[in-house]
Design a protein around this ligand. Structure first.
Ligand code: CMC
Length: 452
């Protein structure tokens, strides 16, 4: 017999159906609640709200499980390539040899960026954050490739274009920010190797492709490829729910990811570790600030809405840091500081009682530093990795017969109806405008890298 939940309002009892997911997770279906009862639910940050049914990614935050299309993240990181994971997330199944060959050809065919777009890159002010450039450029693609008529074939081409060009644009913005000659994609290189070559090749010092570094970038992107209904994926779905074009949805996703509570945390972690190592800030002070409710500072790279145990991605990332540093024979004081800070936090009563563990961003910056990626490109690296997830989420929403325009309700707590007062009769009631955003400066140390 189907399960129901009873809601009693005054004299009346309403039965709400229960939906059960394939992994046994349960949800109360409130989709007819307002219509039947006149009530809505209150759930800030949608922490208890299932906004869709999805077949893409499964997470169990208590057990630290993450699977894409049913396949554990640990297995994908070990055995798969990023290109294959892109295919898996967007199309639902791992590709056959013929399918992956075809996908590679398409990625190569669409890897170039229209030369006219260079004008935009060239005219950004020097210290513009690359996430701002990437978000604008993703939206600008719509002007250069405008024809998207919701036909399956055109959607496939747009998807391939985005996957290939966003990577090219990211490397291009880095090269231009350094005043270096742009390196074009090479058809003989894989997706990840191509990116490294576009980033680091120069006419005076040809870039030598190192399979271990290519594998590290591939794993880095696989770990970031999707994370079910996180803030940016929810935004991509939300913008898409208005039937807005895919480029604009991705641009909105990139902007959301930029925030230090989301993907911007990888840069914020490095800022915090640099404060400790280079400015002499004590770890104790950092931990105390993170626990202080009057201080908006939180320990970046710690905590997660879903994970209440160690993030499975962070485990893999931590191992990757050790492997990369050993390979390059680098001693990174930031890695030592990170490990010590983690140890202190994991023994602290506040962190224990709040189930706060390292998330993927805690160690990812150290891995990227070892490869030579500058700090202000960290969140861009996250964005390239998350792109297939956003596209898969957008696509699922697009074809979902139950999907509706995202339009939450609210509980109005403002003034009741009142009269308009002419300006000469008004008395000052509220305060003056307050300055915003003084705390979170993710681009504090924009260029910390070993290979600068
Ligand atoms: N440092 C100190 N306290 C924390 C932290 C932290 N990093 N994270 C959560 N808390 C506390 C929070 O103050 C709250 O305490 P209390 O219940 O006493 O008021 C409690 O833990 C629960 O936190 P929450 O704010 O209800 O949790 P949330 O699900 O709304 O926020 C989060 C999740 C990731 C935004 C938050 O943990 C955080 O700000 N972490 C630091 C930023 C970060 O690392 N972000 C990357 C997330 S993983 C990559 C990604 O998906 O983008």
């Amino acid at each position: 017999m189907s399960e129901y939940v009873k809601v009693v309002i005054g004299e009346k009892t309403y039965e709400l159906p229960v939906i059960v997911g394939t992994e046994g997770e349960k949800a109360i279906d409130i989709s007819r609640l307002r219509r039947d009862t006149g009530y809505i639910t209150y759930d800030p940050g949608y922490a208890n709200t299932g906004s869709c049914k999805s077949n893409i990614t499964f997470m169990n935050g208590e057990k630290g499980i993450l699977r894409y299309r049913g396949i554990p993240i640990e297995e994908l990181a070990e055995k798969s390539s990023f290109r294959e994971v892109v295919y898996l997330l967007i199309n639902g199944e791992l590709p056959t040899q013929r399918q992956i060959n075809r996908f590679s050809v398409l990625l190569n065919d669409h890897s170039l960026v229209h030369e006219d777009m260079r004008t935009f890159f060239e005219n950004y002010p020097k210290r513009t954050h690359p996430m701002g450039i990437l978000s604008s450029m993703a939206n600008t693609l719509k002007s250069f490739y405008p024809y998207l008529e919701n036909q399956e074939e055109e959607i496939n081409i747009t998807v391939t274009r985005l996957i290939s060009k966003v990577r090219t644009m990211a490397a291009m913005s880095y090269k231009m920010s350094r005043g270096h000659q742009v390196v074009y994609p090479r058809p003989d290189l894989s997706y990840c190797a191509n990116f490294l070559n576009m980033m680091f090749h120069t006419p005076v010092k040809p870039y030598e492709i190192d399979p271990d570094v290519v594998k590290a970038i591939s794993v880095f992107w696989i770990l970031h490829a999707d994370h079910e209904q996180n803030a940016s994926a929810a935004v991509v779905r939300s913008v898409g729910s208005a039937k807005t074009n895919l480029y604009a949805c991705i641009s909105a996703g990139i902007s959301t990811l930029w925030g230090p509570l989301h993907g911007g945390a990888n840069q914020a972690v490095i800022n915090t570790l640099s404060d400790i190592v280079n400015q002499g800030t004590s770890m104790k002070k950092v931990i105390e600030r993170a626990k202080d409710k009057k201080d908006p500072f939180r320990l970046p790279g710690f905590g997660h809405r879903v994970y209440k145990t160690y993030d499975p991605r962070a485990k893999i990332m931590k191992r990757m840091c050790d492997t990369l540093l050993e390979k390059f024979n680098i001693t990174d004081p930031l890695l030592d500081a990170a490990k010590e800070l983690e140890e202190i936090a994991l023994e602290d009563e506040y962190f224990i009682s709040h189930n706060l563990y390292p998330n993927v961003d805690f160690y990812s910056g150290i891995a990227l530093r070892a490869i030579g990626i500058p700090t202000n490109m960290f969140t861009v690296m996250f964005a390239i990795g998350r792109l297939p997830g956003w596209i898969a989420q957008w696509r699922e929403n697009f074809y979902d017969a139950e999907s509706k325009i995202c339009r939450p309700r609210q509980i109005y707590m403002g003034e009741q109806k009142r009269e308009y007062i002419p300006i000469d009769k008004r008395e000052k009631k509220g305060g003056d405008l307050q300055p915003l955003f003084t705390e979170f400066q993710t681009d504090k140390y924009p260029d910390i890298s070993f290979q600068e």
